[in-house]
Design a binder for this molecule. Structure first.
Ligand code: AMP
Length: 223
């Protein structure tokens, strides 16, 4: 359907990028590349990179560009990324965006499709403090907006639902400040360097999915 599609989901923490990235990665058969997930995996495995990233992540700051770009370059050299990928949480700074532009040129990708999640900041606190993630499959819930059928358990596989350690009020304000300072300028950057589409991230997840279907197409039988 799509030939070599590079997708970037842009928006503050809690805007719904991860939920939609999981869904569309499955539908488009291309991997979801979440630098946050990759870093948390390093932290869980207690690698040298993970030990360096942990302190930064726990205070809500951004991990240095060189670390993140190196991790992404490694990941993009794997065969499943040849046809395309959906970035969720990358790039987050202008130097990361410049580095990615060079990588995409080298790999022969065209300009990325950039989905900009436009959200009201007031709602993000509630979304982030209520977020729970399945320890087994990574499915994302919210205690108020999208509760599981059984408290604390994933609907799909019964896995334990966990709260991220950086989804605490004091860290959330730092993460939102980092977004404002370092990531928000990418919206303007991608108005010229990408194919930027704005979506209303405050709508419920189903409505956001339908907006994204206008960009990527709907599953067959549901045009
Ligand atoms: P996320 O899961 O996308 O909310 O990311 C969690 C944390 O990982 C962020 O608060 C940052 O500390 C770090 N992180 C994830 N992606 C990046 C990135 N592209 N650049 C720098 N730090 C990142």
């Amino acid at each position: 359907m799509h030939d070599r599609l590079a997708v970037i989901l842009l928006g503050p923490p809690g805007a719904g990028k991860g939920t939609q990235a999981r869904l569309f990665a499955g539908r488009l058969s291309i991997p979801q590349l979440s630098t946050g997930d990759m870093l948390r995996d390093h932290v869980a495995r207690n690698t040298p990179l993970g030990r360096e990233a942990k302190v930064v992540m726990e205070r809500g700051d951004l991990v240095p560009d060189a670390i993140v770009v190196g991790m992404v370059e490694d990941r993009l050299s794997q065969p499943d990324a040849m046809r395309g990928f959906i970035f969720d949480g990358f790039p987050r700074t202008l130097p990361q965006a410049d580095a990615l532009g060079k990588i995409l040129d080298r790999l022969g990708f065209g300009r990325p499709v950039v989905v900009n999640f436009v959200v009201d900041y007031d709602g993000l606190f509630r979304r982030l403090t209520g977020r729970r993630t399945c320890a087994l499959c990574g499915e994302i819930y919210n205690v108020t907006d999208r509760p599981p059928k059984v408290d604390g358990r994933c609907d799909r596989d019964g896995g334990e639902l966990k709260q991220r350690s950086d989804d605490r009020a004091e860290v959330i304000s730092e993460r939102l400040a980092a977004y404002d300072r370092q990531t928000r300028p990418l919206v303007e950057y991608y108005r010229t360097h990408g194919r930027l589409v704005d979506v209303n991230g405050d709508a419920d997840a189903g409505t956001v999915t339908r907006s994204l279907e206008k960009v990527f197409g709907a599953p067959q039988g549901r045009a």
